[in-house]
Design a protein around this ligand. Structure first.
Ligand code: SF4
Length: 385
């Protein structure tokens, strides 16, 4: 039986062919690159993709899949945030400027293509093609915060292009784009001039990976979301072994259902490594800052870039007035947070000592006057003693 390879997992397969072997240990299924089951990020993605497709169908005449648009997979009580709404609006407003008037728009198309040694499978968000069926635009929305490869270096996108050819055999050329609002460069694109050459190129790459199914290769991109990461021998080698060849003995000794002592051992190792790793990263950041950029052995360039942090209200008083006028005083108060640390600083500014056993201090004032208003929710903390 031929393995089914999902476009969304191509990056990992081509970077670490051994992950194919390891993941298959957990189950007998050959469709081993199924995406992760739900979490907040996947639900956000599911909702945004569905909304975008729905609006394209309803408002712009896009063609849905033959069985209609499937509802998004979401927990019952899950609600989109304003950010999710903005993501969809942003995506559509940019996407629509890229679609020529005479192109037919298709959304949420699933496709598979059988090759000699594997079956390629994938789900294309949106594409549009000219009336002759020879030119395409293929567009992929990424809602995650982890920045993906730009369009012309993205294996997943290449997989989709190959699948598109199977849906529309007359296609010759086109443009593929990635829309990722969280990225510094939120819209990237790559052009394809000879789609048949792309099909052959990708098949060759995947065949090479299938020839090397016992080779593990660690790396940030492939390991970050790898389902085999917990029991991967290369990870257990704790970064030291960047390449490892699987032997039948190694594979036979792997337990995918980790016993508690082994899990505890890994947690201990992670805990032990956390401090040094933080320090290494801090030192490396200082070095990169001092040198401007550092080129790693594999050609990766490390640089310090400015990225937007959390939003901060510069003038709470003015912001409060605006909020009060819009939503009323009570609602404005509910959205206003008092920082006890800041209040303590302010009390110290008035001349109080921060702490004192003999007289009133900033801390004792807060305790005596606000103590009955302060709650402290418990949180789950992993403690080693
Ligand atoms: S954790 Fe990394 S090295 Fe290990 S199998 Fe997964 S991708 Fe490969």
């Amino acid at each position: 039986m031929k393995p089914v390879i999902r476009c969304s997992s191509l990056d990992r397969l081509l970077s670490c062919p051994g992950s194919f072997t390891l993941e298959a240990l957990e189950s007998d299924r050959l469709d081993i690159f199924a995406g992760p089951s739900g979490n907040e990020m996947t639900w956000r993605g599911n909702w945004c993709h569905h909304q975008a497709a729905l609006r394209l169908v309803k408002q712009h005449g896009a063609i849905p899949p033959p069985n209609g648009l499937p509802p998004p997979v979401l927990p019952k009580l899950w609600q989109p945030s304003p950010w999710d709404e903005r993501t969809v609006s942003w995506y559509l407003s940019h996407l629509l400027t890229k679609i020529p008037d005479d192109h037919a728009i298709y959304v949420e198309r699933h496709a598979t293509l059988e090759f000699e040694r594997f079956i390629l499978s994938g789900h294309i968000d949106e594409y549009d093609i000219n009336p002759e069926g020879t030119v395409f635009n293929l567009n992929d929305l990424k809602t995650g915060v982890s920045i993906v490869d730009i369009a012309d270096e993205n294996w997943q996108l290449l997989g989709y292009i190959v699948l598109l050819k199977s849906l529309h055999p007359r296609l010759k050329s086109g443009t593929a784009r990635i829309f990722q609002p969280m990225a510094d460069d939120p819209i990237t694109e790559g052009e394809v001039h000879d789609i048949d050459a792309v099909v052959g190129y990708l098949e060759e790459k995947i065949n090479t990976a299938l020839d090397n199914l016992h080779t593990l290769q660690t790396g940030y991109k492939q390991c970050r979301l790898c389902p085999a990461a917990l029991y991967c021998p290369a990870i257990k080698e704790e970064i030291a072994a960047m390449k490892l060849t699987l032997t039948p003995e190694t594979i036979a000794s792997i337990k995918t259902d980790l016993p508690t002592p082994e899990l505890a051992k890994l947690a201990t190792a992670a805990r032990t490594l956390k401090g040094p790793i933080d320090k290494i990263m801090e030192s490396f950041k200082e070095r990169v800052t001092a040198e401007g950029s550092v080129t790693l052995e594999d050609g990766t360039v490390a640089q310090i870039v400015d990225t937007p942090g959390d939003r901060v209200i510069a003038n709470t008083q003015v912001a409060f007035e605006f909020a009060k006028n819009k939503v009323g005083e009570d609602a404005a108060w509910r959205s206003t947070k008092i920082s006890l640390t800041k209040l303590e600083d302010e009390l110290v500014e008035t001349g109080m000592k921060r702490t004192s056993k003999k007289s009133e201090s900033a801390q004792s004032w807060i305790r005596d006057n606000l103590g009955h208003l302060i709650t402290r929710p418990t949180q789950k903390t992993l403690r080693f003693s």
